[in-house]
Design a protein around this ligand. Structure first.
Ligand code: PMP
Length: 506
């Protein structure tokens, strides 16, 4: 049995001995029933302490490679892989759940996957998604753009870009956001695979286990799940029709000393509410006073249907407190997966490290398609078109909901974005209602999932109006209202009436 000790190595000597014996057993050099030298003999031969050899033999025993036999000493066992054919081996079933990390267990439910899977099913009226309608995409324009970029970039189209995005696209984004009042250099801009990736990277950059993160209540489920996966304690701040309540925010800033606030000032998902200009300014003031970083998520800002768009927090912030996220998912295409972040260079450099180990880069083809879209002057007319078709759909859904007054139903009218937030009468049992509605072919999002910790705060559902066709909006709302009416019989009202939980902060 040959063993060489390297005293310069960082590997402890007992491990060097153990590993070499293990190797010799596995390759068959030490056959089963081979008797290893006595501990004292080997320690003298190698010039090491006896306890070092004892420790090496103990490790080999723990691995099931040798055993101590009275009268014989330490004996090599039959090696499973060598002496037993696979057919004869007992292979226990692998239980992946046992191997999962704590982080995996915190990752939450497959809410977004469940919504997206519905689109493969026929005859479902989906008010549950957060995607554009099929007619939002000008397929001829997309075809021409793709032909143009193939001609223009040729092989380069199938080659990598830098991790933080193609320089051409970053330059186009720089000009695009400048039009919306955000001044940033290309070093402060990074392309991500949708803004979901930026939310995840931000959580990874900032959150330590147990940190407090503030969000509007309710808020985007994809953000809740990302923050929870890093074991954040999420505190929801209630909103009114001007956005986040600054009085409650301030008391939470004093009480919890949070790491950051995640907010969607424009056409908030799920409520559709936009933060007033006064609130935006007040929020920044609080942020500066209490040293609160802000993660501003703005995928819907361009989709306004009445009034003028308000300035983003990022454009109002001259002190680098705001990290700004946006995306082309809601305007050009969800499936191209192109979003971007505007932040200080040290945040961008962390994001680059994370992107390297996540997906290396956003698809070159997707990036250059968006680049061509922006540079070719298509964005302006396209946004005008989207504002027109989505405004019509919003108005249609509101009209259908308002037809024939339904008792106890409250509608939050959005000035833009994708969603209508609807409060149903308090006596409705929501899980049962939403399931019954799905059985009739209409799927909606249950409001509870947008509350951190699923705290029930009234009977809300979120209705998406961008995706369904006008025909489906009419049919779906009619089915929805019939379901509500079924619940509105006097007996049911009596049986299930209860008071919605009152938010302790108000
Ligand atoms: N933020 C909000 C508020 C959203 O609604 C969504 C998509 N539903 C995202 C981020 C993620 O969008 P994407 O990754 O497609 O850019």
């Amino acid at each position: 049995m040959d063993i060489t000790i390297n005293r310069e190595s960082k590997t402890p000597i007992y491990l060097q001995i153990k590993k070499q014996i293990e190797h010799q057993i596995v390759v068959g050099k030490l056959p089963s029933n081979f008797i290893l030298p006595a501990e004292r003999t080997l320690s003298m031969k190698l010039g090491v302490n006896r306890s070092t050899v004892v420790k090496a033999y103990m490790e080999l025993k723990a691995d099931g490679l040798v055993e101590s036999r009275i009268g014989s000493g330490t004996v090599v066992l039959a090696s499973l892989t060598k002496d037993v054919t696979q057919e004869k081996m007992y292979i226990p079933p692998v239980r992946w759940g046992q191997f999962e990390s704590k982080r995996a267990a915190r990752a939450g439910e497959q809410t977004i996957n469940n919504i997206l899977s519905v689109f493969e099913k026929e005859r479902i009226i989906s008010f549950a998604s957060g995607i554009s309608s099929e007619d939002a995409c000008d397929i001829n324009l997309m075809k021409n753009l793709n032909l143009q970029i193939i001609e223009k970039y040729r092989e380069k189209l199938f080659m990598p870009t830098p991790v933080d995005g193609s320089t051409e696209l970053k330059t186009a984004i720089k000009a695009y956001i400048q039009g919306n009042g955000i001044n940033a250099g290309t070093k402060q801009i990074m392309v991500t695979s949708g803004s979901q990736q930026s939310i995840e990277f931000f959580a990874r950059t900032i959150i330590d286990s147990g940190d407090v993160v503030l969000v509007e209540e309710p808020t985007y489920i994809g953000a809740i799940q990302a923050f929870e996966s890093y074991d954040a304690k999420i505190i929801g701040i209630p909103m009114d029709d001007e956005g986040i309540r600054l009085d409650i925010l301030e008391s939470c800033l004093i009480k919890y000393r949070p790491k950051f606030l995640y907010t969607q000032p424009n056409f908030h998902n799920p409520t559709g509410v936009s933060m007033s200009l006064e609130r935006r300014k007040g929020l920044l003031k609080l942020a500066y006073y209490y040293n609160l970083p802000i993660l501003e998520d703005d995928p819907y800002g361009e989709l306004y249907y009445s009034g003028n768009p308000l300035p983003s927090l990022k454009s109002l912030d001259n002190n680098d407190y705001v990290v700004y996220l946006s995306s082309f998912s809601k305007t050009i295409s969800f499936s191209l997966r192109v979003g971007f972040v505007v932040a200080s260079e040290n945040i961008i450099s962390r994001f680059i490290q994370f992107k390297q180990i996540t997906d290396i880069q956003t698809s070159t083809l997707s990036q250059l398609t968006i680049n061509e879209f922006l540079n070719g002057g298509h964005m302006g007319p396209h946004l005008d078109y989207l504002r027109k078709i989505y405004k019509n759909k919003r108005d249609l859904m509101l009209n259908e909901l308002n037809k024939g007054n339904l008792d106890g139903m409250e509608i939050t009218v959005p000035n833009g974005g994708y969603f209508i937030w609807l409060r149903l009468p308090d006596y409705i049992r929501m899980n049962e209602f939403v399931k019954g509605l799905a059985d009739k072919g209409v799927v909606v999002m249950l409001g509870d999932i947008f509350y951190p910790g699923y705290s029930i705060n009234g009977n809300y559902i979120r209705l998406n109006f961008s995706y369904p066709s006008e025909k489906y909006i009419k049919e779906g709302v009619s089915i929805l209202k019939n379901c509500i009416k079924q619940y509105s019989t006097a007996s049911l009202k009596k049986k299930y009436e209860f008071k919605a939980e009152i938010n302790p902060f108000i």
